[in-house]
Design a protein around this ligand. Structure first.
Ligand code: G3I
Length: 364
């Protein structure tokens, strides 16, 4: 086998002058997924996309883009009735300019909610309903024809709130009960008849007790929504995995089948692997992250209703896992839960994803 150095030397001085990341072999994950009728994309924001090296890596790897924070209520409407779409526009423009599929994240979520919205929601049912309708209509209209799939409602289930139906006691639920989802999805369908409309949640991937309950909560909610004729057509599975938590192929496959049997399509929306419980050695961490990614994606992609895979970031240089309180590693090193390393070179997780895409059955 020729070494990488010898191969590069054989390519001459021009190739050697290129940055290391650009020397990665084609094709990227987006192309590998597309060969099976799947979409691969990642979350990013305007600051990252303004970095030319990152943008080049993103173009090489991704066929889809979702704003990590830019479409959220606190960013896109921080002051009452004064939409501020500059950041979301930058993300949308990058996607359109590069022929990428754009996901919208997220219309209705109890986090990153501006204080003025929280006040209106708390003012009672009429105020809450009006606020939800205005939010969905405003952002839905602006990105109609560009966003192909919207996270209409994010994270409405929370077993820790100890309700039998496992509904989260969010401000929206407190004001309107479960009907807040009906209001949001009907408003979304009305403003954008062609986008996929997703309910998006975490905590349904691992074989651990609280996630057993979360799966039941999500399934029962989706069943009720479908029974009431609420126009949700997609379950978004966030897939924030943890390298040290049990994963059981049969449990996850059964859940996917149950969701699909409700007539829903499925998207993997925020895949990454939290390695904070693993030892410092990067090789050990990379192997464990890659192994779990492969096991997870092989099960996910065997279910034909799974149509997209998005990771929550592309490179370890920018991951919420390395900055968000409570997620950081105790040894102070960055988490290594994304397909590219800090220098935008492909890691074992990249190769695991590529292998899963290559092995996936083709979508029609
Ligand atoms: O931009 C400000 C900066 O000006 C300020 O100095 C700094 C100090 O706290 O905060 C910065 O904002 C942070 C923002 O990320 C940008 O980095 C917020 O505090 C922080 O709360 C925010 O975290 C985001 C988190 O959602 C909010 O809950 C993460 O970036 C984002 O990756 C994360 O994404 C969520 C999905 O939307 C839903 N699913 C789970 C996923 C991971 O938590």
């Amino acid at each position: 086998m020729p070494t990488r150095r010898k191969v590069l030397a054989g390519l001459g001085a021009a190739a050697l002058a290129r940055p290391l990341a650009a020397a990665e072999d084609a094709p990227g994950l987006g192309a590998l997924a597309a060969a099976r009728g799947l979409i691969y994309g990642a979350a990013a924001g305007p600051a990252q996309l303004a970095d030319a090296d990152f943008a080049a890596a993103f173009r090489r790897e991704c066929a889809g883009l979702v704003g990590e924070n830019d479409f959220k209520w606190s960013v896109s409407e921080p002051a009452p009735d004064r939409p501020a779409f500059a950041r979301a526009d930058t993300v949308a423009d990058f996607a359109m300019a590069n022929g990428m599929k754009l996901r919208g994240h997220t219309m209705i979520w109890h986090e990153q909610l501006p204080a003025w919205v929280a006040e209106r929601i708390a003012s009672g049912a009429a105020g809450a309903e009006a606020a939800i309708r205005a939010r969905v209509a405003g952002i839905g209209a602006r990105y109609r024809g560009r966003v192909f799939s919207w996270d209409v409602v994010n994270e409405a289930i929370n077993g820790a709130d100890r309700r039998p139906d496992r509904m989260r006691m969010s401000p929206f639920f407190t004001a309107l009960g479960e009907r807040f989802l009906d209001v949001a999805f009907h408003a979304a369908r009305e403003i954008d008849p062609s986008a996929h409309l997703a309910y998006n949640d975490f905590g349904v991937e691992h074989a651990i007790p609280w996630q057993d309950g979360h799966r039941i909560g999500v399934l029962r909610l989706l069943e009720r929504l479908r029974t009431r004729g609420v126009p949700v057509d997609t379950l978004g599975i966030q897939a924030h995995l943890r390298a040290d938590w049990a994963f059981d192929e049969a449990v996850f496959a059964r859940f996917l089948r149950e969701v699909a049997s409700l007539g829903l399509r499925i998207e993997i929306t925020e895949l990454d692997v939290d390695d904070r419980a693993l030892p410092a050695d990067a090789g050990v961490r990379d192997a464990a992250v890659a192994s779990l990614t492969r096991r997870f994606l092989d099960v996910a992609l065997a279910e034909r209703q799974v149509r997209t895979v998005f990771t929550w970031g592309l490179s370890d240089r920018h991951s919420w896992l390395s900055t968000f309180p409570g997620r950081q590693r105790a040894d102070g090193s960055r988490q290594r839960g994304l397909p590219l390393d800090e220098a935008f070179a492909r890691k074992p997780m990249w190769h695991a994803m590529a292998a899963s895409f290559r092995a996936a059955p083709s979508r029609g």
